[in-house]
Design a protein around this ligand. Structure first.
Ligand code: C2E
Ligand code: CA
Ligand code: CA
Ligand code: CA
Length: 275
């Protein structure tokens, strides 16, 4: 038991020390990961729910740690966000995703996850414009995936930046929809181009009536607002069928494809090889 600064007591378990140590090590190693070429992008298709035709790909960051092997983004992205490393890492993701997508033969959409800290950063719109110019990607093919947490702090600034992104021709999707505390007002504060229903609802669609009702309501909301809806985390045929029954526009998930390096996609889906 240690006494904390405020005079209250906290318990420390060995596992917590271990966790804190791992986090500090990741923090330290993240600083060199970029220059040492340890990052790569994997791609996950976003497909039309009815036809299965691929409409776009989401870029998902992968970190191959020299000692630990693959570290999950759910673990290192929060560390990168907390230390500010997400700024150079995020710029690398944006540039690499746009450059890769510019080389595909099929002009499909490329979706890139953007952290709050990136949007709040001065000159994100300048970075965006320069990246599009440098890579030659048509702005209309780029979609930024942002979460509702963007609208908790400094909302005006975030809205400003996103509005400038849209003026360039870039589209904006609201990610993990339904998990924030103000989903509906978020939709009124900005004209999004797409809604992504969070996996937590999709995975429960058959087991839970309330999850099914929420999915139905979000799809209806999208229809009412004229926004296409993507369901994330579709893992089974039954989930796909349930989503199709609700006229969900697009689906993404292991049932369609796991995220993979672009080169691993077969000839039919590989946008660089399709005609
Ligand atoms: P996200 O944006 O919600 O991305 C979807 C996550 O769900 C990905 O995890 C993906 O691999 C996983 N997923 C896709 N389909 C299925 C499925 O059918 N079942 C299950 N169980 N999972 C599925 P991943 O790649 O581990 O990324 C986790 C999160 O890390 C992302 O969640 C995103 O918030 C963040 N992230 C990933 N790459 C980037 C990036 O380049 N920049 C930023 N800022 N965040 C990123
Ligand atoms: Ca996403
Ligand atoms: Ca998501
Ligand atoms: Ca999610």
């Amino acid at each position: 038991v240690k006494q904390s600064g405020r005079g209250s007591f906290a318990f420390f378990h060995p596992e917590m020390d271990e966790e804190a140590r791992r986090r500090r090590e990741l923090e330290r190693d993240l600083v060199h990961a970029l220059e040492q070429g340890q990052f790569a992008l994997h791609w996950q298709p976003q497909a039309d729910a009815q036809s299965g035709m691929i409409r776009g790909f989401e870029a998902l960051l992968r970190w191959r740690h020299p000692v630990r092997g693959d570290v999950s983004p759910t673990e290192f992205i929060p560390v990168a966000e907390a230390t500010g490393m997400i700024i150079p890492i995020g710029a690398w993701v944006l540039r690499t995703a746009c450059a890769e997508a510019a080389s595909w033969e099929a002009p499909l959409r490329v979706a890139v996850n953007i952290s709050v800290a990136q949007i709040q950063q001065d000159g994100f719109d300048v970075l965006l414009r320069e990246t599009l110019l440098a890579t030659g990607l048509v702005p209309e093919r780029l979609e930024l995936e942002v979460t509702e947490s963007l609208f908790i702090e400094d909302t005006d600034r975030a809205l400003d930046t996103l509005t400038r992104a849209k003026a360039l021709g870039v589209s904006v999707a609201i990610d993990d929809f339904g998990t924030g505390f103000s989903s509906l007002s978020t939709l009124r504060s900005f004209t999004f181009d797409r809604i992504k229903i969070d996996r937590s609802f999709v995975s429960e669609i058959e087991k839970s009536d309330s999850a099914a009702a929420i999915v139905r309501a979000v799809i209806g909301l999208g229809q009412g607002l004229g926004l296409p809806v993507v369901a994330e985390g579709v893992e089974t045929q039954a989930q796909l069928a349930a989503l199709n029954a609700q006229a969900c526009d697009e689906v993404q998930g292991y049932f369609i494809s796991r995220p993979m390096p672009m080169a691993a996609f077969s000839a039919e889906v590989h946008p660089a090889r399709s005609v």
